[in-house]
Ligand binder design. Sequence first.
Ligand code: SF4
Length: 363
Amino acid sequence: MKGLYIHIPFCEYICHYCDFVKRVPKNKEMIDEYLQALVKEINQYKDHFESIETIYIGGGTPSMLDQDQLVFLLSHLKDIHPVEFSIEVNPESYTKQKGEIFKKYGINRVSLGVQTFNQDLLHYLNRGHTNDQVFEVVKHLKDIGIELISVDLIYAIPKQTYEDLKYDLIMINKLDISHVSCYSLILEEKTYFYHQYMRGNFKQVDEDVEATMYKMVMDELKKQGFEHYEISNFAKDGHYSFHNLIYWTLGEYIGVGLGAHGFVDGKRTYNERALSKYLDHYLKEETTQIKEMLIQDELIFGLRKISGVNINELENKYDIKLFETYPNLQEKIDIGLVEIDKGYLKLTKQGLFLGNQVFMVFI
Ligand code: SF4
């Protein structure tokens, strides 16, 4: 599969934990100018249009584009016919008219930024929506036939109790959606929370609490009929995120927009992250992946999948012997973080939570 990732780096406000490439736009003209440059970049990849099978419009907040801006962007993608076409939506910037535009231009999957259903915690994260808005968006999307709906959740938020998380998972059940992405809150540099942390005003959740919460998420979503198919992702009835599976299986994807990166013809591309530079010349760097890097990526991304990595396929593809190349891997098996199951190298239940300790072996 080949994917196209399109980055919209604008948000109405900045969440306190966010380290994505984003900014609050000065005015509508700033977004218009960006979209002009973005479309130019998209058109550079016209030769690939026929082979693109997934499109993912992410951000930032793509749903904050106004109707004209959405039509402008989407109309430039009409010659691509993906099987999966996703867009990220924040509940407060969705309107029925925008939903109709999504539908008209072939968007068939929406990833909804919810994070939590607790209003105090939402406020603490600096998010600006209400639970009613979440339910209204999901209802309208279903009404117009966009059935593939994913919700993003965050757990291990300071002050979040087990009861709060339980409530979030009950709400997920009520929404009756096909996909959930659930990440623990990570303290990233250059965020509001990080500044608070440096001043002693932010305390990260204890690791044991975080592990218990992760287990709660896994157990409850399983009960609700979700399949846990990637460290942080859960799907019902095989409705995986095919676009994200491209990343996890080292497939090809084109990345366009501010700060986007791609992987095409064995080369990694990295776009400019500063808006003024991007408007002038989008590509910052292009590097050919050497074999060692490819193997490392195959293992690190591949182990994120619950199904793991097929050892034979990997060894044949790169002409290596896994345990000769990574002798320290055995130690991770011995301490129960990794296992071999029917020819696949996989993280164990414990390893799912401590994946980074395993990934270090390959770096
Ligand atoms: S989390 Fe999403 S909505 Fe919040 S600032 Fe980051 S990109 Fe914007």
